[in-house]
Design a protein around this ligand. Sequence first.
Ligand SMILES: Nc1ncnc2c1ncn2[C@@H]1O[C@H](COP(=O)(O)OP(=O)(O)OP(=O)(O)O)[C@@H](O)[C@H]1O
Length: 291
Amino acid sequence: QEVAGLILERMNRQTDRQTDLTFFYFFPHTESASARECQSFLGFAHFLSELGSHPSLPRLLGVVTVQTPLMIAVEELEHRDLLSFLWRCRQDHTGQEAPCDMTERQIFTMGAQIGSALEYLHSKNYIHGNVKARSVLVGRDLSVKLWGLGPAYRRKTSAGSIEYVGDMEMRKWQAPEASARWSFGILLYEMVTLGGPPFPNIIASELLQHLQRVNTIKRPPNCSNTLYSIIKSCCQWKPMDRVSLAELIRKLQSKEKSTNDQAVLRVSEPFDMEKYMREAGYGESLNYTVL
Ligand SMILES: Nc1ncnc2c1ncn2[C@@H]1O[C@H](COP(=O)(O)OP(=O)(O)OP(=O)(O)O)[C@@H](O)[C@H]1O
């Protein structure tokens, strides 16, 4: 904490910028970290620095490479990841006040911001490959930024391989072939269901067969025709039938302007973490903590 404070002070002096909200990634996390892991941490830091800046990507503030613990400092987004934010937006969240009343218009706004971050990454020849609510961070003003860049970095270092398609954790977010537009549809689905798991009644290993039969994702009860048709345009079975990213951003921006809904999205079912993990198809090894 102390070292981080000093680094922050120095960074602010060097960059002539006052940053009070900073999120630090430290390395090593354990005593037994290997040289290879260290290289990978530094490689990731380098990858972030090469990405350049975009309004919908968290700002890289600095990297400490000369002494351990190594550190990557990025701008902190107050509401943290979108998935736990959505859960907190549910009315039945006991005790604390919900951080926001989510409306469909908010989904269009957030969706357009994430779309533009993805478009920026594509313009730099990076494939994100990890689009989901957990990879999105929410700021104080409810603007969102795309994070979860680990797979994009690993893809880059493994020469464009699509090794993550088979990853158990991501099965319900990924199309049979890796496709940002598909996962984008699932991200919109997560937003409208306030963090519900995609395909809740289908087990991950049977998803492919299910999609071959029904071809698309089921409409959530509180989803409007407009939003559902956008979700479906992303989640078409055949990749060539899916909306292009540019068209998707255009649609989201236009709906954002034309929607004046004030209707707050509600989900009647109380949130149950165990049920979520099971229905989302996460392996038991994953330990997801909501702060
Ligand atoms: N810049 C940030 N500002 C605020 N919160 C952050 C920031 N970066 C990460 N977090 C929070 O810390 C958590 C862990 O971050 P991390 O980047 O390690 O993701 P992760 O859970 O390991 O991602 P994944 O497992 O999907 O790759 C996030 O889920 C998010 O809530």
